[in-house]
Design a protein around this ligand. Structure first.
Ligand code: DCP
Ligand code: MG
Length: 382
């Protein structure tokens, strides 16, 4: 029995962007439960509930040790009534009954399967479920029309639901660098997203592209895409134009948190590496079954890749905005708005008090403008 006095007490800042959150999570039993409920809320278009669970999970990720008693959580921010109930359930019973029943539910399972298709969001999945579609087999036979992204998503379903490794991300990075070098010398490629935060796997690979001379990056994306296409590296791509215009009146209220960079959502065809090929070779030798042999013959796999082109003048903001985590980004923007009367996006920082844009060439400068201690990427895993 542990007495109250022996239990570690924590003191934690309320905004995730004020905290250091490494990948070393001492409370994954709790954060897994809360993340699943957050995901379920998001899949049901209950964004408010989703954020509340995400914030609670992020707070627990930042604690230096494992929580063993509810008394340790007294006075901590970000833990709402519902989250506390879930935590209590896990601490007392090992599992949360709400999480268990969610996982078992037909709707949750279907939402997971259907939104696992690239190009399918919560709204489309909901529409399909209401039409009696709960799995891929039913979808294939339903006669529903799929757009180009969804068709590609369905075709490469297994590959795209297999986590991308750091080695694969690096291999794709080399290809992107080669593409960029051959269309515009001096261009720079930076790995962003989860891999920049030190994650070992991800659901995709995110890259930012820029050129040290402002303006040279204009029109770069279509050229990069054309090069990648000519080399047979793309299974799918959709490029959207840059629609960002800085105004002297400050940032227009964006329709969403989506940024307006020239962007390419793609699916890469990545040839498997030497190690993988050897495994395939062994598999082929071992397999007597023809189908297994056919599968093992596949020497490439599909990987989701996001490419974003940023002018050098916005690059520091783009890097900060694209490194994540999603909650860390959300909290940075909330901090900027609520605590500093500033508007932060992946393009710029606008000070509403001074009525002017604040220029920066590094992430460190942006944290300084925001009055925040600098948090390196590896500690932004909120
Ligand atoms: N991002 C953003 N706004 C968007 C898309 C992305 O702010 N519309 C940011 C936050 C993310 C980062 O870009 O952390 C990359 O997005 P991902 O969805 O790829 O997230 P991660 O890379 O963090 O996770 P994963 O490992 O699942 O790819
Ligand atoms: Mg990513």
């Amino acid at each position: 029995q542990i007495s109250e006095a022996e239990v570690a007490l924590f003191s934690v800042s309320s905004y995730a962007c004020q905290r250091r959150t490494t990948l070393d999570n001492h409370n994954s039993n709790l954060t897994d439960a809360l993340s699943l409920l957050a995901e379920n809320a998001e899949l049901n278009n209950e964004d408010g509930r989703g954020v509340a669970f995400r914030r609670a999970a992020a707070l627990l990720k930042a604690l230096p040790t494992q929580v063993i008693s509810m008394s340790q959580l007294r006075g901590l921010p970000c833990l709402g009534e519902h989250s506390l109930r879930v935590i209590k359930d896990v601490l007392e019973n090992g599992v949360s009954s709400e999480v268990e029943s969610t996982k078992q539910s037909k709707r949750y399972k279907a939402l997971k399967i259907l939104t696992g298709i690239f190009g399918v969001g919560a709204k489309t999945a909901d529409r399909w479920i209401r039409a009696g579609i709960y799995n891929l087999e039913q979808l294939r036979h339903s006669g529903q029309t799929l757009n180009r992204a969804q068709k590609a998503g369905l075709e490469h379903y297994d590959d795209l639901n297999e986590p991308v490794t750091k080695a694969e991300a690096d291999a794709i990075g080399e290809i992107v660098q080669k593409a960029v070098d051959s269309v515009l010398t001096g261009s720079q490629v930076a790995l962003s997203g989860g891999f920049r935060r030190g994650k070992l796997t991800g659901h995709d690979v995110d890259f930012l592209i820029t050129h040290p001379e402002e303006g040279k990056e204009v029109g770069l994306m279509p050229k990069v895409v054309a090069w990648l296409e000519s080399q047979g590296f793309l299974l799918y791509q959709k490029t959207t134009r840059n629609s960002y215009l800085e105004s002297k009146d400050g940032p227009a209220r964006p329709a969403s948190n989506m940024d307006r960079f020239e962007r390419c959502f793609s699916i890469f065809k990545l040839t498997k590496g030497k190690e993988q090929e050897n495994t395939d070779q062994q598999l082929r030798e071992l397999s007597k079954n023809y189908q297994m042999e056919a599968a093992s013959h596949k020497i490439w796999r599909a990987v989701r890749v996001d490419l974003v082109v940023s002018p050098i003048s916005q690059f520091a903001f783009a890097v900060l905005g694209w490194t994540g985590s999603k909650l860390f980004e959300r909290e940075l923007r909330r901090w900027a708005g609520h605590e500093k009367n500033m508007s932060l996006s992946s393009h710029a920082l606008f000070d509403n008090t001074q009525n002017k844009y604040l220029r920066a060439t590094s992430e460190e400068e942006i944290f300084a403008y925001l009055g925040l201690e600098y948090i390196p990427p590896s500690e932004r895993n909120a």
